[in-house]
Design a protein around this ligand. Structure first.
Ligand code: SAH
Ligand code: SF4
Length: 417
């Protein structure tokens, strides 16, 4: 069944064919502070930073390596601790640069250990800063950080709260890497920490942040350059060192940039599919009108390095009476045939004014059975940190009450966790 609610302006305009419904233009520019932060800078940018303080070219490589270690292995938050760098160079750096991370304005810790940080980023004017969320989800064998790529989103998916916000701006590489830095700072997750932290020094397999998912606010492939530069910093083995196999970039299907993500970044891919037919996907993910399902799946087939050990994750939000029939489930497994794939069924998380409901738990189970019988394991993504409303991909008001349906789904999910 296709639901096209013409009372909902975005969908009505989508039906009328306005391209502005597919993509929004950024409304704000990033205004760099007078003293930029070194956090998030690539090696090339750090070499330029050394050039500005007069370090001769022949020394820069070695200097960058030293700084890289202090920034991304030790998590230095002050120049004073960088004892392997001479005092003169440190002072010259401090005159022009900072080690600032995004400002943490709120931290919430869930009973299940999930943590959510509300981060404040500068706006074009000082009076209007921007807030983004970053969520840490601990599990027995890993700790996953859900990172944002934009304030708001370029796109308008009809079931997504972020999509209803006007896009304010793209994040810089520093602001993307900065989310990982903040998480490691707050969790005490640096090697031989350079500053007092809440925990013990953590090495290798003791790391708390082991995985990154670009599934917070925003469409990462509409902020391609910054996301690429940031993920190359995060995955650099001499620094933060989170392997590309443990980084997943989620896209709603920006087809031309999928190939670029494969060749220029090389991280794992997740695709927000959510529908098996173009007519329905056009309304759920209006970008589908530009890049329909067959083009999207072709780009997935061509994604480099796919194998049974390196699969694409297909996300599928469970919307009651919209995309959750058994016929949809069967069509889904047919559609993905031949692509090394994982399927994540995501219970819809309602927000005030949303036009959808989460599928009944029994329906999710029936749907997942079809998917499971086709050979895909553990398909339901269990929401975590629900007491602090920390679901990835959306912002929820902390005061909002959970609906009866959601509570029911949660209970059922808690049982299967
Ligand atoms: N823009 C990217 C990544 C951020 S959204 C993308 O769309 O893939 C991360 C995931 O959360 C996506 O699969 C998105 O479809 C899903 N999502 C968004 N709003 C949701 C909601 N209200 N309930 C459940 N999942 C949602
Ligand atoms: Fe943007 Fe993703 Fe939300 Fe769609 S689902 S509006 S692409 S954040």
């Amino acid at each position: 069944m296709t639901i096209l609610n013409l009372a909902f302006p975005a969908q009505a305009a989508a039906a009328a064919g306005f391209d502005s419904v597919i993509e929004k233009a950024p409304l704000e520019r990033y205004v760099a502070p007078e003293r930029p932060s070194l956090v998030g800078m690539s090696r090339a940018a750090l070499a330029d930073a050394f050039a500005t303080i007069g370090i001769p070219e022949r020394e820069r490589r070695m200097r960058v390596q030293q700084l890289w270690h202090w920034l991304y292995v030790r998590g230095a938050t002050s120049f004073d601790v960088m004892t392997s760098i001479s005092k003169t160079v440190r002072t010259a750096l401090e005159d022009r640069f900072t080690l600032a991370r995004p400002e943490v304005v709120a931290e919430q810790i869930s009973v299940d250990g999930t943590r959510k940080w509300l981060l404040r980023l500068p706006g074009e004017t000082a009076e209007r800063p921007h807030d983004v969320e970053c969520v840490y989800i601990p599990e027995t064998d890993r700790g996953t950080l859900c990172v944002s790529s934009q304030v708001g989103c370029t796109l308008n998916c009809s079931f997504c709260h972020t999509g209803t916000q006007r896009l304010v701006r793209n994040l810089t590489p520093g602001e993307i890497v900065g989310q990982v830095m903040v998480a490691r700072d707050r969790l005490g997750d640096w090697s031989a920490p350079a500053a007092p932290t809440q925990g013990e020094a953590r090495e290798g397999s003791n790391r708390l942040v082991t995985n990154i998912v670009m599934m917070g606010m925003g469409e990462p492939l509409y902020n391609f350059g910054a996301v690429r530069d940031a993920l190359l910093v995060v995955s650099d083995g001499d620094g933060i060192g989170i392997s590309k196999r443990r980084i997943t970039l989620s896209t709603s299907g920006v087809v031309p940039n999928i190939a670029r993500a494969g060749s220029e970044i090389g991280v794992m891919l997740a695709v927000s599919l959510h529908a098996v037919r173009d007519d329905l996907r056009n309304t759920l993910v209006p970008l589908n009108r530009k890049y329909p399902i067959h083009e999207l799946l072709q780009a997935c087939r061509n994604y480099p390095g796919l194998s049974n050990a390196r699969r694409i994750t297909f996300e599928y939000v469970m919307l009651k009476g919209v995309n959750d029939s058994i016929a949809d489930a069967k069509a889904l497994v047919r559609l993905l045939k031949g692509i090394p794939a994982k399927i994540n069924l995501i219970p819809f998380n309602p927000w005030p004014g949303s036009h959808y409901e989460c599928s009944d738990w029994e329906q999710i189970e029936k749907f997942s059975e079809v998917v499971f019988n086709a050979g895909y394991a553990s398909p339901v993504r269990t929401p975590r940190g629900r007491d602090i409303l920390a679901a990835c991909g959306q912002l929820k008001s902390a005061t909002e009450k959970l609906s009866a349906r959601e509570r029911l789904a949660l209970r059922a999910m808690a049982m299967t966790d």
